[in-house]
Design a protein around this ligand. Sequence first.
Ligand code: SF4
Length: 56
Amino acid sequence: MNRPIPQCPVRLGEPCSLCVPGAHGPEDCGLVWLVMNDPDLREQLSELRREALAAG
Ligand code: SF4
């Protein structure tokens, strides 16, 4: 199958490397799930995103 490689939502700027055992991509990645379901981590991640955007 020839699918485009998705970006990793938690490692900014990097494609998903399937670093989490059992994950087939961001959609079933346990780490992404954890981060998105933890308000503090999610806030930290959006903060990092804003900084990365601001830095260009
Ligand atoms: S497996 Fe999860 S944490 Fe690892 S690169 Fe892919 S989306 Fe990111």
